[in-house]
Write a protein that binds this ligand. Sequence first.
Ligand code: NIG
Ligand code: FE
Length: 388
Amino acid sequence: MSVLYTDIGELVTNDPEQGDGTPLGVLTDAALVVEGTDVAWVGPREKAPAADTRVSCDNAAVIPGFVDSHAHLVFAGDRSHEFAARMSGQPYAAGGIATTVAATRAADTPTLTANVARLAEELRRGGITTFECKSGYGLNVADEARSLEVASAFTDETTFLGAHVVPPEFREDRESYVDLVSGEMLRACAPWAKWVDVFCDKGAFDVDEARAILTAGKEAGLVPRMHAGQLGPGDGIRLAVQLGAASVDHCTYATDDDIEALAGSSTVATLLPGAEFSTRARWPDARRLIEAGVTVALATDCNPGSSYTSSMSFCIALAVRDMRFTPAEALWAATAGGAAALRRTDVGALAPGRRADFVRLDAPSYIHLAYRPGVPLAREVVKNGAPA
Ligand code: NIG
Ligand code: FE
């Protein structure tokens, strides 16, 4: 079955060979043909080949589906009061994670599954067609494995984050917790996970602990990614580069040395503007990262503590308004950048052979994603060639 989507006023392909010659590869007055689950053809409307069905996009913009490479969706409980307190001047601290850990451990599995289903639906409705999902609110063998089993029902991009913080029962014996995460917990979780992550920051894990856990994860066949540089500067970003991590996330306090290391590497810097918004933190220096040639992604960091948004459009608006991305850089980071952070070559762009994952906007241009903040512009979401 082939479908011709035509009358596309502005088609963002993320294929620099197309259209305007920029990284976004923008075609105007374009068409796209879907064959089964994949894109079969993109190009000017008048050159489109015939297809079984024809859909007019009424001159609207069409963009690749957003790729959210950082989300913590498996949890229970509510921390809205913490957000309110922060807005009145309380600082964010990693310690708040323990509140969600207690609620998650106490929740039954159907409750956790229903919560992930609700958030996955929010992500989809906003135009996210691929998302990563971390554990990290179980922090014991059974609850971390259970979290990943729940996440696996929704996405293949599952991440073992047993090293989110040291749970209360190990507070006096961190070393034993690091051993548990790198040993028994890793063995129980590895079958359910593709990635291994560590929160390497003040109040969480130091670089030696992070190195031990990520190295054990690599030996178990998982690929490292990291949280680093969110709460202060440190050696986490350079450790991520040394270990060949796919991505290092937050980078709010990235130093010149960190940026130099990232620029010479294949590690993506994933910026999470929802976290700066919700913790009233300083903004990362996105311009320095971009201008140094670092591959930059944008992700929601959807979680109940530091960034409870499921909206990539909102993150794009913040990136443009407050982190000085151009609208084009922000859209690229939220699509192709996210795909790079997940080492995916089948999503994040619209070209023959890629997955037919795209969003038809209620707008004539992708610039409206930042220009009309807070407005639900994802009019139709297509995933694997089918309306999602
Ligand atoms: O990515 N930084 C660590 N983890 C989350 C916050 C988790 C929480 O506060 O519950 C983050 O921001
Ligand atoms: Fe996170």
